[in-house]
Design a protein around this ligand. Structure first.
Ligand code: NAI
Length: 333
């Protein structure tokens, strides 16, 4: 039995968390959940959307499954996600993007992995108002963070039989910052002669991704480009409802979907739990419960492929609970 921190989040978070916990239990996952609330709903009681107890729990358990959390706009709170990544030094954001059979998209041969640097760039939050008409945000890129994210990307490529790593930048404009990033990816690429190393500018990448996504394998990017390109790639495989992610560091790993708390569909029982379920499947593999992970993945893909009981974002009309029960029905006995 493994103890895992569970953050149900807010918005659609609790609905999709309930679905995923239900499916993992039915599949026989050996997990004891350490449930930790965070986000908009705890601010009134605890004065912060990310109380220390949440971070302490993840530090203790070393693994967490996290549903989305709303960041209140303009209330002085930093994003829970950014804070969490920083507090636990979860420096690598891993977002595999692969077509799922049964989900109709413009392309059927997408199979790429985004490795996004998670701790610096414009997300360092160093901003100031210079005067009433001017504001400034500072982009931080360090050698230390760039070398380790490059190492992570190449190491991932080798371990997962990938062929190519593209380093993505805007080094033609951000000559010093993105230039430093590229120097680091080049340096690390020398250690991995078995992996083809290429460089591409982020604007060109976006154009090519929406024309020929099959040309890409592993992408390594600084934080901001990684964030934007992740949503673009989620769109390539069927949208935010099916895009999974993981934040990985040396001490802990937090598995979470790419999407946010979707306040527009909160409480309507129509959110798609697939992205959180795929994140949970990756988490099961990470903690060594591979057979259970495979079982759930097969049942999920079968349910989607059959197209009978799927949620509205996938052009179906099933409720979250109906979709959940169908996945459980499709689990092998
Ligand atoms: P969002 O991802 O919550 O929603 C964008 C659109 O996708 C909406 O129309 C929503 O209904 C739909 N959608 C998202 N997930 C879905 C699902 N599982 N099933 C069906 N439809 C789904 O992005 P938005 O509206 O920009 O952000 C809302 C809040 O979420 C903000 O406060 C933001 O800060 C937060 N957020 C949190 C993240 C996290 O906790 N990791 C990540 C991104 C945003």
């Amino acid at each position: 039995m493994q103890t895992v921190t569970l953050i149900p989040g807010d918005g659609i978070g609790p609905e999709i968390t309930e679905a995923v916990v239900y499916i993992l239990k039915a599949a026989g996952a050996q997990i004891e959940w350490d449930v930790q609330s965070a986000g908009a709903d705890v601010i009134e009681i605890e004065g912060t959307p990310l109380p220390d107890r949440v971070i302490d729990s993840i530090k203790k358990n070393k693994v967490a499954l996290k549903a989305p959390v709303t960041t209140p706009i303009g209330k002085g709170f930093r994003s829970v996600n950014v804070q969490l990544r920083k507090a636990l030094d979860l420096y690598a954001n891993l977002r595999p993007c692969k077509n799922i059979e049964g989900i109709k998209t413009k392309f059927n041969n997408v199979d790429l992995v985004i490795v996004r640097e998670n701790t610096e760039d414009l997300y360092a939050g160093i901003e100031r108002q210079i005067d009433e008409e001017t504001a400034e945000s500072i982009k931080i890129i360090t050698k230390k963070a760039s070398l380790r994210i490059a190492e992570f990307a190449f190491n991932y490529a080798v371990k997962n039989n990938r062929k190519t790593v593209h380093a993505v930048s805007k080094a033609n404009i951000c000559k010093l910052t993105d230039g430093l990033f590229l120097n680091c990816t080049r340096e690390i690429s020398q250690k991995y002669p078995q992996i083809e190393y290429k460089e591409i500018l982020v604007d060109n990448l976006c154009m090519q991704l929406v024309q020929n996504p099959e040309k890409f394998d592993v992408l390594v990017l600084p934080n901001l480009y990684g964030d934007i390109v992740s949503d673009l790639c989620a769109g390539l495989i069927g949208g935010l409802g099916v895009a999974q992610g993981a934040n990985i560091g040396l001490q802990a790993a937090v598995f979470e979907p790419v999407h946010g708390s979707a306040p527009d569909i909160k409480g309507q029982n129509k959110a798609n739990p697939t992205a959180l379920l795929l994140s949970a499947i990756e988490m099961l593999k990470y903690i060594g419960q591979n057979a259970t992970a495979q079982k759930i993945e097969n049942a999920l893909f079968k349910t989607i492929k059959e197209e009978k009981v799927i949620t509205p974002d996938l052009n179906g009309n099933a409720l979250t609970i109906e979709f959940t029960k169908e996945i459980i029905k499709n689990l092998p006995l």
